[in-house]
Design a protein. Structure first.
Length: 204
């Protein structure tokens, strides 16, 4: 799944795409690499080869750009989760595919989940953007709860504690594993966390 990440952008890519979409693509890549506070409209303009007023035409403020980014990101992620939910296979397989969404980001440019990066800047984000980040994590926890319940029902998963607590632990483990793996530029560090966390949920 490469929707989480623009691996490498240049001004010659997707020349027929709408300028607003190109702006969002570049801004997402910058957030995933440098954080919300680590880029400016000047950076986006330089990469796309356009003038800053062209960006303001589509997104009057950086907060507007951030909200548009989150809206698109949440929808794409939701689509990916729906695809996993609707696929055949037991709950453990769906959890592995879920972890793969995060791993794929590290595989392409050693970048972070966009919401993981935004969470690091949380106290300085505009309020509506903070709300969107919380909603993204809540969406993920709710999805994980459904898969965990499926696993218990079909007998493929066995775990102690609440479904909600287990869902929170999975999400936090994957986001944290990304941070450590990214710091070392070593994707095996992600695997060394994700694999045992998921394996521990499997029924004997």
């Amino acid at each position: 799944m490469t929707f989480l990440l623009l691996a490498g952008y240049n001004s010659h890519m997707a020349t027929s795409a709408h300028t607003a979409d190109q702006i969002l693509d570049v801004a997402q890549a910058l957030v995933q690499s440098h954080g919300y506070n680590g880029f400016s409209y000047a950076d986006v303009a330089r990469i796309l080869g356009i003038r800053k007023p062209s960006i303001h035409h589509h997104f009057a403020t950086k907060a507007d750009l951030g909200r548009a980014l989150m809206s698109r990101y949440r929808q794409r992620f939701a689509d990916a989760l729906a695809d996993i939910s609707g696929s055949a296979g037991p709950a453990p397989l769906k959890l592995r595919r879920y972890a793969g969404l995060f791993r794929s980001v590290l595989e392409q440019g050693n970048r972070m989940c966009m919401c993981g990066m935004l969470a690091a800047d949380f106290s300085t984000l505009p309020r509506l953007l903070r709300d969107s980040v919380r909603a993204f994590f809540a969406d993920n926890e709710s999805w994980l709860e459904a898969i965990l319940k499926q696993g218990r029902t079909e007998g493929s998963l066995a775990f102690t504690g609440s479904v909600r607590g287990t869902a929170t632990r999975i999400l936090a483990s994957l986001e944290g594993a990304m941070l450590v793996a990214r710091s070392f530029e070593d994707i095996t560090r992600f695997d060394n966390v994700a694999r045992p966390v998921l394996d521990a949920l499997k029924a004997a």
